[in-house]
Design a protein around this ligand. Structure first.
Ligand SMILES: Cc1cc2nc3c(=O)[nH]c(=O)nc-3n(C[C@H](O)[C@H](O)[C@H](O)COP(=O)(O)OP(=O)(O)OC[C@H]3O[C@@H](n4cnc5c(N)ncnc54)[C@H](O)[C@@H]3O)c2cc1C
Length: 483
């Protein structure tokens, strides 16, 4: 009945309730309970999205927006109550790239590789998250506030997301920030405006869209801030057993704006991501426990001089801190790291290469907290007999070094039910211990949502009031956050 109605609204080519199609969305790599949607809808226009939302609101049918392709990891797109899967991946046009204003307007189905290629042709680049999976939607990544690896261009946790067109749970269309008006987008662009200012005349609606797992509205396009493509790049590595020392170096490099890309990985993640055809276990044992990567860039003007000057400053800081700088570590060159880290992952996605299963635990904390929280995680893993060799650690300075994104990856054998259960137990106990030690879970997925919202009744109540305004029928991805 429902499928018939949806076919009537959108046409048969946009709707499916075939068992295979439904099964594709019923589970992911997370611990979210398996549940099939009732139908899958693939809209190709704003009007179709609006039609589906209005129908779902009238029929009180849950609607789960998704833009990236599989494999998925966070449980946020596995339907909690069935309903309609709103797969936005078919809306994949790059609508605008403006070199002068360094901005691109993209639909939710646009993936990193597609956008990178188009930007490169214009002499631009997108600040990339660390080696995203090839099927990841750029809009999806931005809405999730996945950090990118260039903290100097990360001015706010919302970056690089700027403006959005969104359809709320009421069916109303809204444009955030500068895109809000006056005038249509066409009129704005004819007048030379490029929808680049995230803060418009209204309240900053992006604040409730990001991190909401689709529970407030469905985004039909976004603008993203791009950067100039460098003419020259000079990447470096620094490695050692002393995490605070490497973090000190990262702190000074970011604070003095030396270099663009910068991040720290432990030996497990580094071997997995950059090991290529090498024996990963052997490499992991040979590598120092922590590896810092950073890259100096020369842009359009005086690229060599800029790099030369920055290299001198960088060398002086590293010398003062007693950290040796290298162009390769254990046979892996900084050049290889640069090209892999800043491109979409090869297939299979690097996080699945270990044993086919991965559960991430991402949070934000201050510079001072990060080493202690890493120890909390290691203690929790040791207490649960989880092998430390299967624990990936990624530390990313964010917002020009004002904070740190820390992400633990619990690699496990996907097909081994006992190991999966063990990983789940550690995921929950470690999250609790980290939270009690000051980790801020700004993106509480799946099983962590209750834990986060039960600790903060005021925020939960405020969010519920907002939900009543923007999605009064609670059709948008119900059961994921606190409604
Ligand atoms: C909290 C905060 C507040 C800030 N407040 C202000 C403020 O009040 N006023 C202000 O002016 N800035 C402000 N900034 C921005 C900050 O000053 C910029 O990061 C600064 O412009 C960086 O300069 P740079 O020389 O280090 O970088 P560069 O890398 O040389 O470039 C700066 C920018 O210009 C672009 N660029 C470089 N070359 C080209 C080219 N050939 N063509 C086109 N684009 C190019 C780069 O992509 C980059 O975005 C603020 C930042 C933060 C985090």
């Amino acid at each position: 009945m429902e499928t018939e109605k949806l076919v009537e609204l959108l046409g048969a080519e946009h709707v499916s309730d075939a068992p295979d199609a439904l099964a594709d969305y019923a589970k992911d790599h997370s611990f979210a309970p398996v549940r099939e949607p009732w139908s899958v809808v693939r809209p190709h226009s704003l009007e179709q999205v609006q039609e589906v939302i209005k129908y779902a609101a009238a029929a009180k049918t849950p609607l789960v927006p998704v833009s990236s392709g599989p494999p998925r990891f966070r449980g946020d797109t596995v339907p909690s109550y069935g309903g309609i899967m709103l797969d936005m991946s078919g809306m994949n046009r790059i609508r605008m790239i403006d070199r002068k204003d360094r901005v691109a307007m993209i639909e939710p189905g646009v993936r990193f590789g597609q956008l990178q290629d188009a930007l490169r042709a214009e002499g631009l680049r997108l600040p990339m998250p660390l080696c995203p999976r090839s099927t990841k939607s750029v809009v999806g990544s931005c809405l999730e506030r996945e950090p990118h690896i260039m903290p100097r261009y990360h001015l706010d946790h919302s970056d690089p997301l700027l403006c959005n067109e969104v359809v709320f749970g009421t069916g109303d269309i809204f444009r955030t920030g500068e895109a809000g008006g006056p005038g249509s987008i066409e009129e704005q662009q004819a007048a030379g405006r490029r929808q680049k200012i995230a803060m418009g005349i209204q309240m900053n609606v992006n604040r409730i869209l990001q991190g909401s797992q689709g529970a407030f509205g469905v985004v039909t396009w976004s603008t993203v801030r791009c950067e100039v493509l460098p003419k020259r790049q000079k990447p470096f590595l620094a490695a050692g057993a002393d995490l605070p020392k490497l973090m000190d170096l990262a702190y000074w490099l970011v604070r003095l704006r030396l270099g663009d890309e910068i991040f720290i990985l432990n030996n497990v993640n580094f071997a997995l991501l950059f090991g290529g055809d090498r024996n990963i276990r052997q490499l992991q044992e040979t590598l120092p426990r922590w590896i810092l990567f950073f890259c100096l860039s020369g842009l359009e003007y005086f690229p060599e001089e800029r790099i030369e000057q920055q290299e001198k400053d960088m060398a002086e800081i590293a010398k003062n801190l007693g950290v040796p700088i290298a162009e390769s570590v254990c046979g892996i060159s900084a050049r290889e790291v640069l090209s892999i880290a800043t491109a979409p992952s090869h297939e299979p996605y690097w996080k699945l290469e270990w044993g086919g299963g991965c559960q991430d635990l991402p949070f934000i904390c201050s510079f001072e907290q990060a080493p202690a929280l890493v120890q909390v995680m290691r203690d929790a893993a040791a207490a649960d007999n989880f092998p430390l060799d299967d624990l990936g650690i990624y530390i990313q300075p964010v917002c020009q070094g004002h904070g740190h994104h820390v992400e633990f990856s619990l690699f496990h054998e996907a097909g081994n039910q006992r190991k999966r259960e063990k990983t789940k137990a550690l995921y929950l106990s470690a999250a609790r211990a980290l939270m009690e030690s000051g980790a801020f879970f700004s993106r509480p997925y799946d099983l962590l949502a209750d834990m986060v919202f039960n600790r903060d009744a005021a925020s939960r109540d405020a969010l519920r009031k907002l939900k009543n305004i923007f999605d009064p029928h609670n059709i948008l991805n119900p059961g994921k956050l606190c409604f």
